[in-house]
Design a protein around this ligand. Structure first.
Ligand code: UDP
Length: 236
């Protein structure tokens, strides 16, 4: 049994705790929701319970396909034991279909299929509003090495391949998503953070109905229902 110790960090949607094993953390998922870099705040009832279980199910799937993740064991509805990593301060974003900030930036209609998946990075820095950053900036600033960027790139595309196929099988289009990479003490890069409707865009394959956090961001209503719908499809 691993014992929960002091809180190390509180983010917008999760808290991270130390344990009596320095190689393990406990992550606790909250119902708090924020958007637009914290400018919009609210709660989505039951979100933490869904995101915890959904992220764990997807991490298990990814592990079975050869992607190393921080997931170790679900401890409760909201808590999961994970490998302790140092997070690389990048939002790693893959897109299959134009939406959100990509659509705005390039004047492309939401829903336009991209000819190939795209990969982009934002620097995780709230004070700077998470600016876009490219490979050469990342290297020049020492945020990651060339070898680490290679590992991140390979991991990101692999996650996309696995998740796109999985979601297609349950009638869901994976529009885009954000992942985070963590460094183990030996330097290995693994998948960390979460994969959930907070961090992905999911559209119903038939109707294009949004089944993700855009319902909260854009005041579309049916927020809780969307989280439940996507979760129930994963468990079907
Ligand atoms: N995303 C995220 N956290 C962020 C920014 C984006 O999880 O801080 C996810 C978002 O849910 C979407 C993808 O990354 O699935 C691409 O988001 P985009 O850049 O379009 O940003 P947004 O339109 O959400 O500002």
């Amino acid at each position: 049994m691993t014992t929960k110790m002091g809180q190390l960090y509180e983010g917008k949607a999760k808290r991270v705790y130390a344990t009596d094993d320095e190689g393990r953390y406990i992550v606790e998922y909250k119902d708090d929701a924020t958007a637009f870099n914290g400018a919009k705040r609210g709660t989505i009832a039951g979100k933490g319970v869904i995101n915890n279980q959904m992220s764990n199910a997807l991490f298990k799937l990814l592990e079975s396909k050869g992607v190393r993740t921080h997931f170790l064991e679900q401890l409760s509805d909201r808590e999961t034991l994970v490998r302790a990593v140092k997070i690389v301060p990048l939002e790693i974003i893959i897109r299959n279909v134009a939406a959100g900030s990509f659509s705005k930036r390039y004047g492309v209609e939401e829903g336009q299929e991209l000819k190939c998946p795209t990969l982009e990075y934002s620097l995780k820095n709230d004070a700077l509003n998470d600016p876009l950053i490219n490979d050469s900036h990342i290297l020049a600033l020492g945020i990651a090495t060339e070898k680490e960027l290679d590992a991140i790139r390979t991991m990101a595309y692999k996650v996309n391949d696995v998740l796109k196929e999985f979601f297609a099988g349950i009638g869901v289009k994976l529009i885009d998503f954000k992942i985070e990479a963590g460094r183990l003490p030996d330097g290995e890069i693994i998948l960390a953070d979460e994969i959930s409707p907070d961090t992905c865009r999911f559209w119903d394959a038939k109707t294009n109905e949004k089944l993700d956090k855009d319902r909260f961001r854009r005041d579309l209503g049916g927020v809780e229902e969307a989280y439940h719908e996507i979760f129930s499809r994963i468990n079907q």
